[in-house]
Design a protein around this ligand. Structure first.
Ligand code: SF4
Length: 420
């Protein structure tokens, strides 16, 4: 019997535009090949993204609530980032980043102590650069990421200080890329052009939803048309675009989330790539101290159950992968204090694994429909050994219902599934 062979649907690494010259800058490739297996922003070790590729390590610079015009109902950036906000947020964050970059520079020069105790793909320390250098190796340049606030609405002097830090360390070869996050209603063509000229490479938009009613229910303060226009503006300015969506935000149903994913993947014309180079899915949680917590206590908000969330995320993954777009994060990072702050919602330490495993199972099921008879053997890429059966083997029963058992599996060395 001839085998039905089909590829793993996820894009090869954490972004679509592998041919993007901005991603493949020579300065970002220093150490590539001989360097460590670096981790794409937010991807935990052991995930599908945990492979060597050209993406630089991320140095997150958290600016909790800095520049934010309002406090959004669900947002607790101080908890999400594990950093204090308040007065002097930017000054403090830049001082910490400066110290970290000095340390990186010493390691690159060979004048600092290389940490020989860390494994190459050990989980990053909170707030530290993602992806550690291999023992004894000089680290590759970093990507600075200004997260946790509204970068484009920072006071001019603070934004200039951030860009100046990035520029100085780029000139020293320690930094090779810069990104920031902001709100869709906080970008203008002129402002984005200025950012681009100042060395920004990527802008992530906290879109959350494109649905007018949902945006109003969550008091986001802009319409879906504004979010769509902002996506086009970022890409039009020559910047890489990341889109953050929030399944389960007040007003967002699973159907609306699926429509949001489609909207984030526009344009859907054949042969034309989506504007977004990557997506992030942050299922809505009720966090202590937020306006949403008050709403939840009063019965005015009910978070999505975990099962609904995984189901919707799996659909979102398949839709994104079908367009060649990676989903680089699902769920909040487990920063210190997050567990204590979560009052309700679909929180799970392996949320991404749950969703990816289910998406892969659906992918396999869709191809099985093309088989004329039940399969006798199932070939699976070896790198999916820890993922195939789901978290805590939770998908063994679902595969059995499809006629696939453990005894039928053999591990492949390429990136294809096979059924025969
Ligand atoms: S704009 Fe973003 S960072 Fe600021 S409060 Fe709203 S969600 Fe949080």
């Amino acid at each position: 019997m001839s085998a039905l062979i089909f590829p793993v649907p996820e894009p090869a690494c954490g972004g679509r535009r592998r041919d993007d010259t901005r991603l493949n800058r020579p300065e970002c490739r220093r150490g590539a090949g001989s360097g460590p297996a670096v981790t794409w922003a937010g991807a935990p070790p052991g995930s599908l993204h945990d492979r060597p590729h050209n993406r630089p390590r991320i140095l997150p610079v958290f600016l909790p609530f800095a520049g934010c015009p309002t406090r959004c109902v669900f947002c607790a950036q101080d908890v999400q980032t594990g950093q204090r906000g308040g007065a002097a947020t930017v000054v403090r964050a830049l001082a910490q980043a400066e110290a970290r970059l000095e340390h990186e520079a010493r390691q690159m020069d060979g004048t600092g102590d290389i940490d020989k105790t860390r494994e190459p793909d050990a989980a990053p320390e909170p707030g530290a650069a993602h992806g550690a250098p291999a023992p004894g190796k000089s680290p590759a340049p970093l990507e600075i990421a200004f997260y946790g606030g509204t970068f484009t609405l920072l006071p001019e002097s603070e934004r200039a200080a951030c860009l100046d830090l990035a520029q100085r360390w780029r000139q020293r070869g320690v930094v090779c890329r810069v990104r920031c996050s902001t709100r869709p209603d906080a970008v203008t063509e002129r402002g984005l052009a200025d950012l681009r000229a100042a060395g920004m490479d990527c802008v992530e938009l906290g879109v959350q939803s494109f649905d007018d009613a949902a945006l109003a229910a969550a008091s986001r303060g802009y319409a879906g048309s504004v979010a769509r226009a902002a996506c086009a503006m970022v890409a039009g300015a020559g910047l890489e675009l990341g889109v953050q969506l929030m399944p389960g935000m007040p007003g967002v149903t699973p159907e609306i989330f699926r429509a949001d994913v489609s909207a984030a993947l526009l344009p859907d014309t054949a042969g034309t790539p989506p504007l977004a180079a990557f997506l992030r899915f942050y299922p809505c949680l009720v966090l202590r101290g937020t306006p949403l917590a008050e709403r939840w206590r009063a019965g005015g908000y009910v978070p999505w159950p975990l099962e609904t969330t995984v189901d919707a995320l799996a659909d979102g993954l398949l839709a994104a992968w079908a367009r060649g777009v990676a989903v680089v994060r699902m769920g909040l990072s487990p920063e210190d204090g997050l567990d204590d702050a979560v009052l309700a919602g679909p929180v799970h330490p392996a949320l991404g694994q749950l969703a990816k495993a289910e998406a892969l199972r659906r992918h396999v099921a869709a191809h099985m429909a093309r088989l004329a008879r039940p399969p006798a053997r199932f070939g699976v890429p070896r790198r999916l050994r820890g993922l195939l059966w789901g978290h805590a083997n939770g998908l063994v029963g679902a595969y059995a219902a499809m006629g696939i058992t453990r005894a039928m599996v053999h591990w492949r060395d390429d990136d294809n599934f096979s059924l025969e």
